[in-house]
Design a protein around this ligand. Structure first.
Ligand SMILES: [Zn+2]
Ligand SMILES: [Zn+2]
Length: 404
């Protein structure tokens, strides 16, 4: 019966097929000057997280060629103890993270499932952007080893910093160099339910994934008796089946259907089958994973989510799974407690600025302690009428701020 209902919903093109308990909105408005009893919306920074609660936000759910509507993979997990974790930070995702107006000091922990750019391509934005916008400490990155040293996370971060050497050296001179550092914690990609992080009541474990090459992993986060599984790119694998079983929320990729990969992505039928059913997880296989592990709530992602693709994926999933489900798009948010899992949309400003945290920004390095990256030769090209043009404004500002 349930199956028929879901199939019917799919045919009328319902955006998300899910039992009603995941919807926040509802009830009646009793008074024309009053408020609605529930809201579909989550306005960042307006709700205190309860001690035993997890807030999960999809900051990127799409594909490597990020589009304005959907960035590449990024999940923000906020736990009731005040910790925040970024799981992947794919291309374009930082615009969604930034719109949450969370001080950058609270966004210092990044867990990478693997090193495809759609899973870490926006690390540069968090690294340099957060550095200019108030982070006071080094960024911390956790990620897997590879089969060889040059395929691991430590190698990637070391060379990331080398590639951005000019950026770092020029910022070191005017900002404190400390927040420009990255601390890497590399762990064995072959670890099976092995602990990779354990602090303040939060435990994060990793399991191997099967995707494109050795190295990719999925993560399992446990907090306050809640279990959240963040699946990275993978073909369905035995470790996920065993260790994601019974999760409160299980996130797993579900890829575009092979016909849609041909139609919209310009792939040959051979490529589409390979990518859509071997390197990634097909909707039918996703459904089989979820009906086997039976989470309280399943989340599928990693496809351009629009009416046509969504409905085709949903039809596939419904062949093998009829439980609670979200097919994620950017800015979906879930509040997870033992009693309920509530899904809403984040409503955030397009023009958000960074918000200061409690820590004072570090002072710039002492004069002469860091080499000046601008030579006298380049300085000799400064056009003096520009100084004259701004002199009054500069002097006024200096006076107002007690500067010499
Ligand atoms: Zn990948
Ligand atoms: Zn991917």
């Amino acid at each position: 019966m349930k199956k028929i209902l879901f199939a019917a919903l799919a045919l009328i093109g319902l955006q998300v097929s899910t039992p009603s308990d995941t919807f926040a909105a509802g009830g009646v408005v009793k008074d024309p000057t009053g408020t609605a009893p529930d809201r579909y919306a989550y306005y960042p920074g307006t709700e205190e997280l309860k001690k035993d609660e997890i807030r999960l936000i999809a900051c990127g759910t799409g594909l490597p060629a990020a589009r304005r509507d959907q960035a590449a993979t990024c999940w923000l997990v906020e736990t009731g103890n005040g910790d925040k974790f970024l799981f992947d930070i794919g291309s374009g995702s930082m615009v969604n993270v930034a719109a949450l107006m969370i001080p950058y000091d609270f966004l210092d922990k990044v867990f990478l499932t693997h090193l495809h750019t759609d899973h870490w391509g926006d690390l540069s934005t968090l690294w340099a952007g957060g550095w200019t916008a108030g982070r006071t400490q080094p960024l911390r990155v956790w990620g897997p080893t590879g089969q060889t040293e040059d395929m691991g996370t430590a190698y990637a971060i070391k060379h990331f910093l080398k590639a951005y050497n000019w950026d770092a050296k020029t910022r070191d001179f005017v900002l404190s160099p400390k927040p420009g550092e990255i601390t890497v914690k590399e762990f064995d990609y072959k670890g099976i339910n092995a602990i990779v992080y354990q602090e303040n009541g939060v435990t994060i474990r990793s399991i191997p994934a099967i995707h494109a090459g050795d190295g990719p992993v999925s993560f399992i986060l446990e907090y306050a008796g809640l279990k959240l599984v963040i699946g990275g790119d993978t073909f369905p694998n035995k470790w996920f089946i065993e260790h994601a079983a019974g999760a409160d929320v299980a996130i797993h990729e579900t890829f575009l259907t092979p016909p849609d990969l041909v139609k919209f992505y310009g792939q040959s039928p051979g490529q589409a089958l390979g990518v859509g059913t071997q390197i990634h997880t097909s909707p039918q296989a996703f459904g089989k994973v979820m009906s086997t592990i039976q989470p309280r709530h399943a989340i599928g992602y990693h496809f351009f989510n629009e009416q046509g693709t969504h409905d085709n994926i949903l039809r596939g999933v419904l062949q093998t799974y009829d439980g609670p489900l979200s097919l994620a798009t950017d800015n979906m948010v879930w509040n997870i407690t033992k009693d309920s899992i509530v899904e809403r949309m984040v409503i955030s400003p397009d023009q958000a600025w960074s918000v200061n945290g409690p820590n004072k920004p570090p002072s710039p390095p002492a004069k002469g302690s860091i080499p000046d990256p601008i030579s006298d030769w380049i300085k000799s090209g400064r056009w003096q009428p520009a100084e004259a043009a701004q002199a009054d404004m500069v002097n006024k500002f200096k006076k107002e701020n007690g500067m010499q």
